[in-house]
Structure formats: structure tokens, C-alpha cells
Design a protein around this ligand. Structure first.
Ligand SMILES: Cc1ncc(COP(=O)(O)O)c(C=O)c1O
Length: 432
């Protein structure tokens, strides 16, 4: 696998070129956009800005949408374009899906969710409230008994939750707070085995790949998931979400959420799960993403890009984690939220809190740490619960909105940028 050429690839992003001295460190919130995506959005609006089904201009919106779906098929490694739907955001897509599944979820069914981002929890909780289904939580455990925030999801704790009533498992491939990738294929496989042996008549899996997709290759077929979401605005494209729905589920479980005139067997995913058109220009803007990722390495594949990003990610995460877990920072009261060690499955999305120090240093609010960065004006990072409200409420029960400080890098960030973030953090932590 050829390594990433970070210097060269940065020129594909106008915001990085325009702001060479600014460090974008909130990429889990949203990445910078490719020039090619901006061009595609403009191209659509100038050359193809007509509604679906119109024939009065030579350019066709149908053709654009089919091409965009085709590239999203690659992104998910789905089987066909009929399995892809676009929507304003991933949260909206899961809410639409939950409404589409309303007819096939019954009172007494059980839905397992995590403490992660509400996008793949909230819609299921609302669905349970509407149908009389029960919500069960797959809760994280601690990796380091000395660090009360070293949360991680242990697959072994999932299996006892599965019963004959389990209808759906909704989990997150990579936490937007904890930054660790879960062993997706083995989780899904053992959950399916447990559901089958418990006698569950219908068990489905909805996977959140929003924080995972900017870093690694999605593979819905290898993982055997039924539903999967990702958001292009975090994967170097415009603000639009894409959702995979396995074709079989489309005709067996999912009903149309708006159009009463569709038969249950109708397999037109857009009609079933997309109330009116998505922003076509944004959807067309997503078509730049797959070619960009394929061009990242000499091999020219998404798999090779994923491997190259993984190696780069491990270096960046290693630098941040090494600093945050140094004895000096531990004594200062710094605690990593999540896995404290770097490794192939640890992304450079790193969260932490600052408690009281051993030598009487005061605890710091997360907003104070971020304010210190903002004052310097050179690195953009953020604090808060980042919509993983349940998880962050466990870290800061008295003030979840202050939450955690999160620094989040992607493949276009450099080691020098990470070092600069570490230097700034040193100044902020020891300013008083
Ligand atoms: C892990 C995770 N899931 C879901 C979402 C929601 O995505 P969207 O903003 O497209 O609804 C986010 C957004 O931050 C996220 O980080």
C-alpha cells in the first residue's frame, strides 16, 4: 500500500489552501470540502437545475441522481443503486427509516441502542414510544479502572441483552466521542446467532458509519447489516446524508412513509423513504468523493485508501494520546474519555476532560479549554456533548453541555498540526 502524500492532497481542498496557517481540528464535526465537490454543485445548478421527470433540457436530473447513487453504492459496497437513499442528514435518514419500520415493530419488541450519537438512538426511542416496544441499552464499560472515563463497548455485554423479542440492534461503527472502531462483522455475526438461537422471528441491524466513513472503507455486505448511514459533509463532500437499505428489507420491512399509493412490495427506495427530493445539487456534489478517495493511493482503490488513512490516523492519534496520558497531564487532572492507547482501531478523534490536579490545580471547564484555543485563533476545536448525550452525561452528570473537549483530525492533517495542537494545549492547561 502506498502512503498518503499529505502535502499534495491538501491542494484538493480550497479551505486548506486559503487558510494555510489555520488548523482544522474539528473534523468529526464536519470536514472541509473538495474543490471537485464545489465544482459539481455549481455544475448542477448551472447546467441541470430542473426537476426529476423533466425532459425540457438536455441535461437530466435522473441521470445525475443515478450516477450519484452508483458512486454511493461503491461507498457502502452495496449491491445496487436501489439500496441507496439520500436525505438532508443522517439523523433525518434514520428518523425516516424508523417511521418506515413502524408497521413492522410491535408492542413488546425490543430495540437495543447504545449511549452513542442520538442519530441512531433517538429515532428508535421515539419509535418504541409510538409502538410499545422496549428500549434496552448496550452500555460501555471501563478499560482502565483508574480512569473513570475510559469507556469502551464490550461485545460480550451485548449478547445477554438479546432475547426472542429482539427486533433491532442499532449501534455505531466508531464513536464520535470515544474514537474507537468496533469489530463490526463479529458483533453482527454473534448478535445474529444469538437472536436466531433465542427464537427472534425478525432481527435487523442498523449501523451508524457517520464517524467511521471519513477514515475507513464501509462494507455493508461483508458486515451483513440491513441499514447503514453516513454523512457526506464529514467525508469531504457537501451537506447531505446517504443511507443504505438492504433490498430485501425494502420490500419486507419498510413501508412508504408518505406516499399512500405505493404497494408494500414497491422497491423504489426514493419513493418509500425520501419525502420529496433531496437537495439535488448537494447529491451531485457527492460524486467527487469516491474518485478522490480512489486517487489517494497508487493502487486506486477504496481499500488501499482506507489502509493508507489507517496508518496516518494511527500516527496522529498516537501523538495526541501519548501527550494526554503523560504522567504530568495525569497529575494535572487530564483524563482521556475512551481508549487511552493508540492502535489500528483508534481514530485521531480524541476527547478529554480536565479535573482537579494533584497539586491543587483547579478543574477546568471544557469551554474554558476551547476558549484558550479560540483566543490564539489558530486551531479550531470544540467542546460539548456532540449529541452523544447519554454517554457525555455519564462523564459530566452535572453539566453535559460543557461535556468534553474534542480534537479531531483526518487524513489531510499533518503531524506538525498535531504538534501545534499539543503545544497550544500545554499553554492552556498550565496558563494559571
Ligand atoms: C457518530 C455520528 N452519528 C450520526 C451523526 C449525525 O449526522 P448528521 O449530522 O448527518 O445527522 C453524527 C454527527 O456528528 C455522528 O458523529
Amino acid at each position: 500500500m502506498s502512503p498518503l502524500n499529505t502535502t499534495a492532497l491538501r491542494s484538493s481542498f480550497p479551505a486548506l489552501t486559503k487558510n494555510p496557517n489555520f488548523i482544522f481540528g474539528d473534523n468529526a464535526g464536519g470536514s472541509q470540502i473538495l474543490q471537485a465537490s464545489v465544482d459539481a454543485v455549481t455544475d448542477y445548478l448551472i447546467n441541470t437545475n430542473i426537476q426529476m421527470g423533466s425532459d425540457y433540457m438536455p441535461a437530466s436530473t435522473e441521470r445525475c441522481m443515478k450516477l450519484a447513487q452508483g458512486l454511493a453504492v461503491k461507498m457502502f459496497n452495496a449491491k445496487s443503486a436501489d439500496e441507496i437513499v439520500f436525505g438532508g442528514s443522517s439523523t433525518q435518514n434514520v428518523e425516516n427509516l424508523a417511521r418506515g419500520l413502524e408497521g413492522s415493530v410491535k408492542e413488546g419488541d425490543e430495540i437495543i441502542v447504545t449511549w452513542e450519537h442520538e442519530a441512531n438512538c433517538g429515532p428508535w426511542k421515539s419509535l418504541a414510544a409510538r409502538t410499545g416496544a422496549t428500549i434496552k441499552y448496550w452500555e460501555p464499560t471501563l478499560l482502565n479502572s483508574k480512569n473513570p472515563f475510559s469507556y469502551s463497548l464490550d461485545p460480550l455485554n451485548l449478547i445477554p441483552l438479546i432475547t426472542s423479542r429482539t427486533r433491532l440492534l442499532a449501534f455505531t461503527a466508531c464513536s464520535n466521542i470515544l474514537g474507537s472502531i468496533l469489530p463490526i462483522a463479529s458483533i453482527v455475526s454473534s448478535a445474529r446467532t444469538a437472536a436466531a438461537s433465542a427464537g427472534s422471528p425478525l432481527f435487523e441491524v442498523c449501523l451508524d458509519c457517520v464517524a467511521y466513513a471519513p477514515h475507513r472503507r464501509i462494507d455493508v455486505q461483508a458486515w451483513d447489516v440491513d441499514y447503514c448511514i453516513m454523512s457526506f459533509y464529514k467525508v469531504y463532500g457537501p451537506h447531505v446524508g446517504a443511507m443504505y437499505v438492504r433490498h430485501q428489507q425494502l420490500t419486507s420491512s419498510v413501508s412508504s412513509i408518505v406516499h399512500h399509493f405505493l404497494s408494500p412490495e414497491d422497491d423504489r427506495i426514493g419513493y418509500k423513504l425520501q419525502p420529496a427530493g433531496p437537495g439535488y445539487e448537494s447529491v451531485w456534489g457527492t460524486t467527487a468523493v469516491v474518485p478522490y478517495l480512489e486517487g489517494l493511493t497508487e493502487e486506486g482503490t477504496l481499500e488501499a485508501a482506507s489502509e493508507a488513512m489507517s496508518a496516518h490516523d494511527a500516527e496522529l492519534a498516537g501523538m495526541l494520546l501519548e501527550f494526554l496520558t503523560e504522567e504530568r497531564q495525569w497529575k494535572r487532572g487530564v483524563r482521556v474519555v475512551g481508549e487511552e492507547k493508540a492502535g489500528p482501531d483508534r481514530m485521531p478523534t480524541v476527547s478529554f476532560v480536565v479535573g482537579e490536579g494533584e497539586d491543587g490545580e483547579k478543574a477546568m471547564k471544557s469551554r474554558t479549554v476551547v476558549k484558550g484555543f479560540d483566543k490564539k485563533g489558530k486551531i479550531g476545536i470544540r467542546y460539548g456533548h456532540f449529541y452523544a448525550f447519554t454517554l457525555v452525561s455519564a462523564v459530566k452528570p452535572d453539566d453535559p453541555s460543557d461535556g468534553v473537549v474534542r480534537i479531531s483530525f483526518v487524513h489531510y492533517n499533518t503531524k506538525e498540526e498535531v504538534q501545534s495542537a499539543i503545544d497550544t494545549l500545554k499553554e492552556v492547561l498550565y496558563a494559571a
